[in-house]
Design a protein around this ligand. Structure first.
Ligand SMILES: [Fe+2]
Length: 305
C-alpha cells in the first residue's frame, strides 16, 4: 500500500538550471554529480531529484510503504504482469522499482513521511479570534519556504487503466473523478491529503505539475509574486480549486512544466467515510480565480517527445 509520497524525479537538460529555479522557489538544493536534489527547509526528505537528460521528461516517482506490506505489494505487482526493473542510476533509492502502464518508473520503498515545519497561521474569523494582540500581516520581504511536497499530476492516455493499476495493484484510493474519464484523483492509504497523485487525460504520458504546501494564502501570493518578479512564467492563479479545495498558484518551470504552491487542501481520515464523486467538467476545476478561467496552456501537455 502506498502510504507516502517521497519525491519525484525529472530528467532535464540542465539540472543546474533546475537547481536555481527550485532554490528561487524556496527549496534547498545540492548538486550530486550530474544530479540535483531538492528538499524543503527543515525537512529531512528528498522532494525533487533532477537527473540529466536530453529532453525534459518525467523520470520517476518514489512512494513510501511499510515493512510489513512491501512483500505483499511485490507479489501483487508481479501477479499483475508487471516485472520489477533495476534501479535507474547508481545511488537511486532502495526498494522496488517497476514501470507503470505508461512506462513511468515507480519506486516503492520502506519509508515514512518525515515531519514538516509546523509554524501556525492564525486567522481571525467571526467568533473565532485565535490571534490576539499580535499583528497578522506578514513582514515585508519574507522569503516563502514550502513545507512539503504534497501531490503530483501526470498526463496519461489511459486514465482508467492507470488508475486501476495505482488502486488495485499499488493500493491507492480514489478520492474524486471528473466525468468522461478526464481525471482521477487518488490518495494514500491511511490519513491523507485529498490527492497525492492525479492522472489527467492526454494523447500521451507526461508530467503536468507537482505541488508544495505553504503556510497560508499570504505565502502562496507572496511566493508567486516573488517568482514572477524574478522573471519566471505565470501559470495560473491565485484561485481556489473545487476538487481538493486547495488554494493554488502555478508557476512555469524552465521547461514549461508547472509547479504549484498550495494551502488548505482537504484532509481525509482513514477511519471515516469519504464518498468519491464524479464531478461535471464545468464544475470541477476552480471555485474562483483572480485571473479568470484556466488558460489553454494549463492543460497542454508540454512533455517533449
Ligand atoms: Fe495541484
Amino acid at each position: 500500500m502506498i502510504r507516502s509520497f517521497q519525491h519525484y524525479g525529472l530528467a532535464v537538460p540542465d539540472p543546474g538550471l533546475g537547481l536555481a529555479f527550485y532554490t528561487d522557489f524556496g527549496l534547498e538544493g545540492r548538486a550530486e554529480g550530474n544530479r540535483a536534489i531538492l528538499r524543503c527547509a527543515g525537512r529531512d526528505q528528498d522532494q525533487i531529484v533532477l537527473v540529466e537528460g536530453k529532453k525534459k521528461r518525467f523520470h520517476h516517482v518514489s512512494f513510501g510503504t511499510r515493512a510489513d506490506e512491501i512483500g505483499a505489494m511485490q507479489r501483487r505487482i508481479e501477479a499483475s504482469g508487471v516485472k520489477l526493473v533495476d534501479p535507474p542510476f547508481v545511488g537511486a533509492p532502495d526498494g522496488l522499482w517497476l514501470r507503470d502502464l505508461d512506462g513511468h518508473l515507480v519506486n516503492i520503498r520502506i519509508a515514512e513521511a518525515t515531519p514538516v515545519r509546523t509554524e501556525r497561521w492564525d486567522l481571525n474569523t467571526p467568533g473565532h479570534r485565535p490571534r490576539v494582540n499580535a499583528r497578522g500581516c506578514p513582514p515585508r520581504g519574507v522569503r516563502v519556504r514550502p513545507r512539503r511536497l504534497g501531490h503530483m499530476i501526470l498526463f496519461t492516455p489511459n486514465v482508467e487503466k492507470q488508475t486501476a493499476f495505482y488502486t488495485n495493484v499499488l493500493g491507492m484510493r480514489i478520492s474524486d473523478t471528473v466525468e468522461g474519464g478526464i481525471i482521477a484523483f487518488m490518495r494514500c492509504v491511511g490519513d491523507s491529503d485529498h490527492h497525492v497523485l492525479a492522472l489527467l487525460k492526454s494523447d500521451r504520458p507526461g508530467f503536468h505539475h507537482a505541488s508544495f504546501e505553504v503556510g497560508s494564502v499570504d505565502e502562496i501570493a507572496m511566493g508567486a509574486a516573488a517568482m514572477l518578479d524574478k522573471g519566471y512564467g505565470h501559470g495560473w492563479g491565485l484561485g481556489r480549486h473545487v476538487i481538493g479545495s486547495n488554494f493554488y498558484h502555478y508557476i512555469r518551470d524552465p521547461w514549461n512544466s508547472l509547479v504549484e504552491m498550495f494551502c488548505d487542501i482537504d484532509w481525509i481520515a482513514a477511519d471515516q467515510p469519504w464518498e468519491p464523486r464524479a464531478w461535471a467538467p464545468e464544475d470541477s476545476l476552480y471555485m474562483w480565480s483572480v485571473d479568470g478561467p484556466a488558460p489553454e496552456s494549463f492543460v497542454t501537455n508540454y512533455e517533449e517527445r
